[in-house]
Structures are given as structure tokens and as C-alpha cells.
Design a protein around this ligand. Sequence first.
Ligand SMILES: *Cc1c(COP(=O)(O)O)cnc(C)c1O
Length: 516
Amino acid sequence: MDVLIDVGVAIDVLAQRSPFVEASTRALSKAASDHSRAWLYVGSVQTLSHVLKGQLQVSSEGGEDHETVAAERLDTFTKRFHWLAALTEDAEGVFADDDPEAAQLSRAVARLGPHAKLLTRNPALLSRCQQAVSPEDFLELECPPQPTAFIDLAAQQDRLRAGIERRTHAVLRHGKYILGPEVAELEAELCAYTGTRECATCASGTDALLMALMALEIGPGDAVFTTPFTFVATSEVIALLGATPVYADIDPETFNLDPERLAEAIAAIKAEGKLRPGAIMPVDLFGLAANYGRIQEIASEHELPVIQDAAQAFGAVAHGKTAPAHGTIGCTSFFPAKPLGAYGDGGACFTDDAELAERLRSIRVHGMGADKYDTVRPGINGRLDTLQAAILLEKLAVYPAEVEARQRVAGQYCEAIGHLPDLRLPRIPPGYLSVYAQFTVRHPRRHELQQALKAAGIPTAIYYPQPSHQSSAYAGRTWYRALPEAERASREVLSLPFGPDVKRELIERIRQAWMG
Ligand SMILES: *Cc1c(COP(=O)(O)O)cnc(C)c1O
């Protein structure tokens, strides 16, 4: 539940105003508990400061120094709560109102949704605003526990709210919505983070893969070697260009393309002589980079480019490189639920090859040449929105800390559930750092495990219940031999709630739900 705190209730506590202080203190504790999120309205800052100073002066608290005491007290007090921004609509038409501040608060609380409450003692607000409630009545209210999130993006937003609002507002001000300055700034930051020379952001992870294939001129008759245990987009882009997805089986330990199976598939395609080997497209599943050491050897041997599908693995480390720096072209996605996610679709291609980078930038804008109306190749409308770039800049700034937090949460999971019978944890080979896009376990009786967690209110997901070669979408347009490991994985995997904000208590609830 979201609870907006009005100035009066805050002052009860800040100035220890009797007889209200006791109920208001308890109401604020309840509002800021695990089951609820407590807000102060930015538009109330001045009133809050003014009223508190007045109160302290009247009660002679703090003596001469009551202004400093008020400032210190407010500083400590407000840190417990979230700030709710004042928006333009809060000012519109409020002067005709008897009580402009009450009108503003009513609008502000309505923005938090119909179930949000406005905590107040103001009789006018209590009668005019349906969402208003007194501290005494709020203490009687039942706050149902928040449903457990599979990926908790709200907790991250709480940490980043100020920067995200500032960045968003800056874009609305400058108005350069397409390829604005934030896009170039983000591309430079992404290059620095991954250690690649060139980055071309784009509209989605899917577009990143498509643009990479187009830049390498993959088309009909080409075989693109990839894994069947992945999201549909990987095969989709290959098929869209008329090329053929050729599947090699996965390593059951890492869920990633098994280099030896890959080598066999390339040999088989060459022996058959019908398709032309075009590219290798490994996927860094669940945040763990594929075995690029070995894959690169195979690629060199056959003179094939590598397109790294690191949609789930931005920032993963392996073989001394940060994903997606492993491929001839590396691709990632900024879909909101990916480890580095925007507030909408987004993606990026990375490369050290300046000519490829130029081709990618051309493809991203309809195959544009030197001049806007000079079309030099087929392209797409694949640009990243400036607004998403602005959001991503804020998120990228805290990403290293989040990757660390992800390691900590994974460690806690392993400690808590590592010994459970028949359960297999993700295995991260030595020298690899996973960003854990998913924390995916294996269990031979996955359905039972999922049901037990569901009964305890814990959401889970199955990535992926069907390997790509069994999908009807591209039936007859793919090439593969036996893929037993991918098929077994699709029957056994279960992804658990994960993210940098997952708490120990949740992991403990999961352990107990399964062990009883
Ligand atoms: C998410 C994902 C994509 C596609 O990214 P979008 O941004 O959703 O288009 C491609 N490949 C893999 C492995 C993914 O997980």
C-alpha cells in the first residue's frame, strides 16, 4: 500500500505534539513497513519546514537555535520516506480552491493509485478526499502483504527516482527525442564499460541481432549456428532474413552452446554442402557468457564471424572480456526485465571494427548513407529513444554495484538451498562472472517444486518450456540432429525470483516452502 503523509501528521512526530504524537508515530511506522511505501510530497517542503520552526519556537525547544534543530530533525525524519514529485497538474486551478494545499495533496495521492491513502488529521481533507484517513483509522486498516515480485523493479526505482526524474525532465526540456545527446553519451559509457571501441544502440535486443546479421550480409542459403535453448528472438531474426538456424546442443552444466557439438554441426553442414556456413550465434543464457575461448577457436578455423547474443548478459565477464565484447558483433537488450533494463524496449550492438560499426549505424536508420536521403543498403527504423537512453544512463551508473549485489544474492541462494535433494544450482565455471539474468535451478520434479512455491505465494518462471527446434513457427526451416540436452533442460529448469534487491527472508521462505 502507498501512503502519502501530510504535513500535520509529520509535525505530530517531529514536534512531539501531544496528544497526537503516539498514534501518528505508530501510523508512520506502519506506513513505512515492509508491506507499504510511505511518501512525502515535494510540494509540502516549505510548509513542513515553516510549521516545524514555528512549533519549536512556541515550545522554546532548541532555544535560540530552533532553526538549526528543525533542519536537522527534518533531515533525519525525511530520509525514512520516499519523495513524491509535484507535477504541473498540482498547480492547475488550485487557487480557486479554499485550501490550495489540500487540493494539491488530493491530486498527488490520486496519482499513487486508487488504493493509496493520504494520512492526515485535517478535517477538510478527511471530508473532501476519499483517500484520506486519520492516523487512528489507518492503524485499524489491514495492509495486505505485497505480492512477491519475480523481478522487483520497484525497489530499484526507489533507489534511482531522483536521477530518473531529473534525466526524464531534461529530455522533455531539450526535445531531441530521436538520437538526442543522451544516446551518444550512453554509447560512450557503454563502450567504456565493456571495453569495446564502438557501440550502436538500437530499438531492442531483437533489432540488435537483426542489425548484426544484416551488417554481416547474412541471407538465404546461409547457415547460422546457434543454440536451441534460448528465447525465440535468436532464431526469429535468422529466419526473417531467409537464413537457416542450425542448432547444436547445449552443455548441460551451463545451458550454453556446447563448442564440441557446434564443431560437429559445422562439419555436418559443410559435408552436406547445401547451406553455406554464415555465422556462429552463441547465446549467453541466464547471464552467463558462453565458452568464447573454444568458440572463437572454432570460428577462426572456419573463418566465421561470431554474433554474441548477450541479451541476458550485459556485463558478464569471461576470458578477460566483458559481455558483449566477445563477438565480432556483440548484442544486448535493455528490455525492462533484463539485468540492465530501460523503461521500454532498447538494445545495442558492440564491435571493435569501425567499418562494421558504420554499417550498423546506417542499417539502424533505413540504410542511410552520408546524406539522409541517400539510401545505400536496406535498413530498418532501429533507433533507441532518447528517453530510454536517459533512463539507462542513470541505471548504468549503479550497475556495477548491482552486479555485485547479484553475486551476493546468488551466494545466499546457494547457501540456503544448495544442499536440497535433487536440486541443481546454476554452475558458474571458474573465471566466469554471471550477471544472473535468471537464477535457474534444475529439478527432475520441477512441477512439484513450482507448485510448492506457488502455494507459498512465490512466483517462478520456466525459461524455456520448449526448445526452439520444437517450435512450430519455423518448422521445416531449421537444421538439426539430436538435441537431447536442450530437450532435457526444457523439462527440468525453473527460475526463481531474483535481482539485486532480493532479501534473505525471501530465500528462506523459498527454502521452507520446499522443505516444509
Ligand atoms: C530478450 C532476449 C532477446 C530479445 O531482446 P528484446 O530486447 O526483447 O528484443 C534476444 N535474445 C535473448 C537470448 C533474449 O533473452
